[in-house]
Design a protein around this ligand. Sequence first.
Ligand code: SF4
Ligand code: SF4
Ligand code: SF4
Ligand code: FES
Length: 346
Amino acid sequence: MIKVIIDGKETRVPKGTTILEAARALHIPIPTLCNHPKLSPYGGCRLCLVEVKGNRHPVTSCSVPASDGMEVVTSTPLLERIRKTNIELLLSDHPNDCMVCEKAGDCTLQELAYFYGIRENRFAGERRIYEKKDANPFIERDMEKCILCGLCVRVCEEVEGVSAIDFAYRGFNAKIVPSFEKALDCEFCGQCVAVCPTGALTGKMWSYKGRQKDVRDVDTVCSYCGCGCNLTLHIRRNEVVRVSSRDDTINEGWLCAKGRFGYSFVNSPERLKTPLIKEKGTFREASWDEALDLVANKLKKIRAKHGADAIAGLSSARCTNEENYLFQKFMRAAVGTNNIDHCARL
Ligand code: SF4
Ligand code: SF4
Ligand code: SF4
Ligand code: FES
């Protein structure tokens, strides 16, 4: 362990801890745009600069490890001026259309602009103008809102192991692109959307359905497979308009394409709301009592005629543990057979 003093507060952290991590452990806020606690440091946005006693120039706290006895200051007039200028530079090459942006109210860039009181653009000049078309089915890519933080590139490589996107070109023309600048064609896990700090990456399915302030959050568990990832459903007017996952969950906020984008069935008008009974080749709606009586009578008849082992039950990995427990109990105790299995994964 090493001793670090940040803004006069002393702490002990394991060797290799960055200054930013040590500051966070002390609940000292440092603004960041290109840092994610689960991704490798990049040092691109220069917002996390801090002053270290004995150093002539500020250092990026996200990428510099703390050293024993280090004394750090996180906020001085110089640091705040640099941070403000960096945000102004980003905004000078940004559409600034927060009024209609999906991310408004939940955008780190907008939040920083607010806290630094930035209204005017001191850096008039050319702005990047990009075609917004991307034929992929899930992810809206508005590269004019991209601040080149590289979080999407790193999450795609380090978490998803896909490397579907990367930086291309240099300087003013630098841009995040899929291979050969074709339409995005990848796993569609949406991890890049989850980490993007601006409105550059959003879900096509949730465009104009409600921003963060408009939705109610309900935590639940994904029903697609046995992994049981934790989901947060964002609900507006009784409709699921978006799905995400919190960082502090068992799946650490990461989801697959099904969990993140496969929710339209929840609101589908074709979804069954009552049991159906098939008569003379066609289905008719029935009450639960009627349907359960029918199934119970048929199971009893089969058991009476052929024995309990003529019946088998197949449960699902999409059910909860409790439901699967009840189902096997029903098959063994009520029906009287051990013919019980499940689909491990659909
Ligand atoms: S990305 Fe953020 S700052 Fe940019 S337009 Fe959207 S809300 Fe505003
Ligand atoms: S959706 Fe997933 S696989 Fe596709 S670019 Fe984003 S992180 Fe990579
Ligand atoms: S698309 Fe988003 S996450 Fe990717 S570099 Fe641009 S701002 Fe960062
Ligand atoms: S967070 Fe450190 S440079 Fe961006």
